[in-house]
Design a protein around this ligand. Structure first.
Ligand SMILES: *Cc1c(COP(=O)(O)O)cnc(C)c1O
Length: 380
């Protein structure tokens, strides 16, 4: 039986944009330019305007965005194989894949339980003479940034590469390294994902890199285009990681509505946060300012997840887990990152997390009903 309150239904999420998207796609088909071109350039300009970063490069997906940034720093000599990159242990595996792909060493640190984001004290403890970078992940849409984190980066000369796959449009009161306040311009470079389920999703895979470092932008753009700086002139052993203009056209339709999309999620989150009242269900700490969270996911923690999700199933509430098995427990890293790992907070968050419906396909009344269902949950 289909859930009465589906976790996510992408059709209704895109329905408000359908006419504009089909018109934009038709323009591309008729125009005859199917790689690069005006829509891609327009999207890059839109991302610069949104974040305050001076450069944006539209790429194939979020993982490639992060891979290109790290490979770019390796090509520039700013990072060397074997250098350590501090990353939260409870992130989506793509953050870690990008680090190992570039020949760098991920140093996994346990997050704060209250926010699921990087714990700055543990970041400080994880520093070694080989630490060269930090990858803050704005997990679930909550900005991972603070004076203390910025100070660690500055004092230790670390590159800061934001994984901004989940927090496009989030704003923090604490200035980034170059004075900006929007995710994507807090550190030295950032990777974005426009995977269809993200707050701004394409009709397939797409991603982007933003940076205010002109050299890095140049190398990333070249790497994404076979390593060439112009036609038939290859400076690097690159890849083909370009964004299709069809995807750029879709994103140019949706990106101007980013604040409205994020506000819609915040309003649903407010109903969950003020309504859920059940000692079995732990909520994340509220952000200090409203702009700091764009609720890519609304995640609660329940000790007996089995019983809780059975209760949700029985009442027609869709759910998911982000993420039940952390990267160091995945088969590909079990013998390396997993060996001897002591990451109790990550393991506990993975064992207890449950994501609830929070998209355009969920109405205010739906969330109120889900809150009622959650408050009836009894673990016995
Ligand atoms: C989605 C996501 C990615 C990867 O993006 P893709 O476009 O799916 O490759 C990376 N990091 C995080 C935190 C993500 O949520």
């Amino acid at each position: 039986m289909a859930a009465k309150y589906p976790f996510l239904d992408l059709g209704p999420v895109n329905a408000p944009y359908m006419d504009e998207i089909t018109a934009a796609m038709e323009r591309i088909v008729r125009g005859g330019r199917y790689v690069g071109g005006a829509e891609v350039e327009q999207l890059e300009a839109n991302l610069c305007r949104l974040t305050g970063a001076s450069h944006a490069v539209a790429v194939s997906n979020g993982l490639d965005a992060l891979r290109l940034i790290l490979r770019g720093y390796v090509e520039l000599g700013a990072l060397k194989p074997g250098d350590e990159v501090i990353v939260p242990a409870n992130t989506y595996i793509a953050s870690v894949l990008a680090i190992t792909d570039a020949g760098l060493r991920p140093v996994l640190v346990d997050p704060e339980e209250a926010t699921s984001n990087l714990d700055v004290e543990r970041v400080a403890e994880a520093l070694t003479p080989r630490t060269r970078a930090i990858m803050p992940v704005h997990l679930y849409g909550r900005v991972c940034w603070s004076e203390a984190l910025a100070a660690i980066a500055r004092d230790n000369n670390l590159l800061v590469v934001e994984d901004n796959a989940q927090a496009i449009g989030a704003v923090t009161p604490v200035a980034g390294l170059h004075g900006h306040h929007t995710t994507g311009a807090l550190g030295h470079a950032a990777g974005f994902s426009f995977y269809p389920t993200k707050n701004i999703g394409a009709m397939g895979d797409a991603g982007a890199v933003t940076t205010s470092d002109a050299e890095l932008a140049r190398v990333v753009r070249a790497l994404a285009n076979y390593g060439g700086d112009r036609r038939y002139h290859n400076v690097y052993c690159g890849f083909n990681c370009r964004m299709d203009p069809l995807q750029a056209a879709v994103l140019n339709v949706k990106l101007p509505h980013i604040d409205e999309e994020n506000e819609l999620r915040r309003n649903l989150a407010d109903i969950y946060l003020s309504g859920i009242d059940n000692p079995e269900v732990r909520l994340s700490q509220r952000p200090f300012t409203r702009g700091e969270h764009v609720y890519h996911q609304f995640v609660v923690h329940v000790a007996d997840r089995e019983a809780f999700t059975r209760h949700l199933d029985a009442n027609g509430v869709g759910w998911d887990c982000h993420y039940a098995v952390p990267p160091h427990r995945q088969p590909c890293y079990a013998d390396t990152l997993g060996r001897g790992a002591h990451l109790p907070v990550t393991e506990q968050l993975g064992d207890t997390c449950v994501s609830l419906p929070i998209t355009r396909c969920t109405s205010v009344d739906d969330v109120a009903a889900i809150v009622g269902i959650i408050n009836c949950f009894r673990n016995n």
